[in-house]
Design a protein around this ligand. Sequence first.
Ligand code: AMP
Length: 213
Amino acid sequence: MRIVLLGAPGSGKGTQAKKLMAERNLPQISTGDMLREAVAAGTRFGEQAKEIMDAGQLVSDDIMLGIISERLSKPDAADGFILDGFPRTEKQALDLEDLLDQLGAPLNAAILMDVDFEVLTKRLTGRRTCSLTGQLLNIYYSTQEELDACTNAGGTLIQRQDDNEETISSRLEVYRGQTEPLIDYYRARSKLKTIDAVGTIDEVYERFTKALA
Ligand code: AMP
């Protein structure tokens, strides 16, 4: 199964992709995670990417095409994948279509995670990752037990550098201007499925897997 997850920052793409990856053995390909790895590795490219990400802007389409074509040619993507955070512009969607045409492996669906903009800000400002387990948590929505489980085990709750209010508003603006048009793009190709992405992780996951059935 080859799917694209569409949705604003904070709509829960990563959370749902991770669950599906564990259950169906499909790789979650998150371009944001790949860029954060490059930043952590301290390469020259990573330094340039960091500036763009901290400003809430998008890395150029040409660079993203290079990254994604290399990743999709790896053996673990041969039987399917979940794209999380790519494509983000119409150019990227066209490039992806060409790439998958060449591989003879078209997309099955683009799943839109639908969330109100007010909810997104709270999800993004509250988002934390446990330094020990990598578990995604939220200071507003996770239970106190979940948060304590991380800190009592000696972990810390890390906030992503770009999850501050100023960067969040640029990211949401960029989403509206550049990524939202992809909803019509995939609708016109009869690939679009929309799910209500407000609710508990399990509730949303149930809607998600139903949409894939
Ligand atoms: P994410 O983790 O998906 O929210 O991505 C974090 C940041 O990485 C974004 O705000 C962008 O700066 C950059 N990024 C991730 N994916 C892409 C993409 N497909 N095209 C351009 N920039 C991207």
